[in-house]
Design a protein around this ligand. Structure first.
Ligand code: 13P
Ligand code: SF4
Length: 301
């Protein structure tokens, strides 16, 4: 039996589902039951009636699924797959800001550790951050950990005082405006689609700014034929699958999240077989980090 056949057999036998982010390797996306961006996956994890969720993504994603679904077993193919940005804010800084501003809302990008979430008021993803911040009653917002997404939100919601943190995604932040200009010169008809984790310089050149699902949906509804992609290359799998007649260009060979690529079919099979790598959080963390996640799901509706 091939690895894929065995994964399918075990999934059925154990009532398991596979959730995958668009950045994991193509062959893993291919066997997933649900593929999506962080927001979609957090909702999918809640809706499924499976007993086991195999979460193909990085740690904060599996952790969020486990926090939102205490009755389900959440397994991660590789426990070392982590998001560098998830750690880029100090708890001390949050305390400092809370002391400084009485009405402060700590808005936490889902790309953060469970510990950081326990100190936050509401979580957001790149797909719903603007909507949620706009509708909060608070005037002062401390946006953590991503300074780039925070700056983008601040621009979209100028009526609020959005305090920025200096965290960033090393992969998105390294994409350069020069590379965008070079690709635009080579492909003058191509539209530039970018993730808000990129720098402001890149966002200024964009024809569309949005989450990974937002980028995929934009292409689906657009009449153009050529696109320059300003996010991790994993999205190309779905883009090409949905649009075999369109052309996609990248900015460099470094648009790769090495942690997402740690997820392999062999590791998916192994955790399904052995039921190892279960994501566990303490009851205290589940309750305290669950509150801002639940609030996100309610406010983003
Ligand atoms: P999405 O919100 O688009 O899924 O982005 C998650 C992420 O890790 C981007 O780097
Ligand atoms: Fe984190 Fe960046 Fe990887 Fe997304 S691409 S998981 S933000 S390191």
């Amino acid at each position: 039996m091939s690895v894929i056949e065995e994964i399918r057999r075990l999934k059925e036998e154990k009532n398991a589902v596979i959730l995958a982010h668009y950045y994991v390797p193509d062959e893993v996306q291919e066997i997933a039951d649900y593929i999506g961006d962080s927001y979609y996956l957090s909702k999918a994890a809640q809706k499924t009636d499976a007993d086991i969720i195999v979460f193909c993504g990085v740690k904060f994603m599996g952790e969020s699924a486990a926090i939102l679904n205490p009755e389900k077993k959440v397994l991660m193919p590789d426990m070392a797959a982590d998001c560098a940005m998830a750690h880029m804010v100090q708890l001390e800084k949050i305390r400092e800001m809370r002391e400084k501003y009485e009405d402060l809302a700590v808005v936490c990008y889902i790309n953060s550790t469970a510990e950081i979430k326990t100190c936050s008021d509401v979580c957001v993803t790149s797909a719903n951050a603007v909507k949620i911040v706009k509708n909060l009653p608070n005037q002062n917002i401390f946006f953590i950990p991503d300074g780039n997404l925070g700056r983008y939100v601040a621009e979209q919601v100028p009526e609020k005082n959005v305090i920025l943190n200096d965290g960033c995604c090393p992969i998105h932040a390294a994409m350069s405006a020069e590379a965008v200009k070079r690709e635009k010169e080579k492909h003058p008809e191509a539209k530039f689609l970018v993730h808000p984790e990129c720098t402001g310089e890149l966002l200024e050149l964009a024809d569309y700014i949005g989450s990974t699902s937002g980028i995929i949906d934009f292409v689906a509804g657009d009449e153009g034929k050529e696109y320059i992609i300003g996010t991790e290359v994993g999205v190309l799998y779905e883009l090409k699958k949905q649009n075999p007649d369109k052309n996609f260009y990248i900015l460099s060979d470094n648009q790769i999240c090495a942690d997402m690529k740690l997820v392999t079919l062999e590791k998916v099979l192994e955790v399904l077989k052995q039921e190892t790598n279960e994501v566990k959080v303490t009851e205290k963390v589940r309750i305290q980090a669950g509150a801002p996640l639940e609030k996100m799901l309610m406010l983003a509706k």
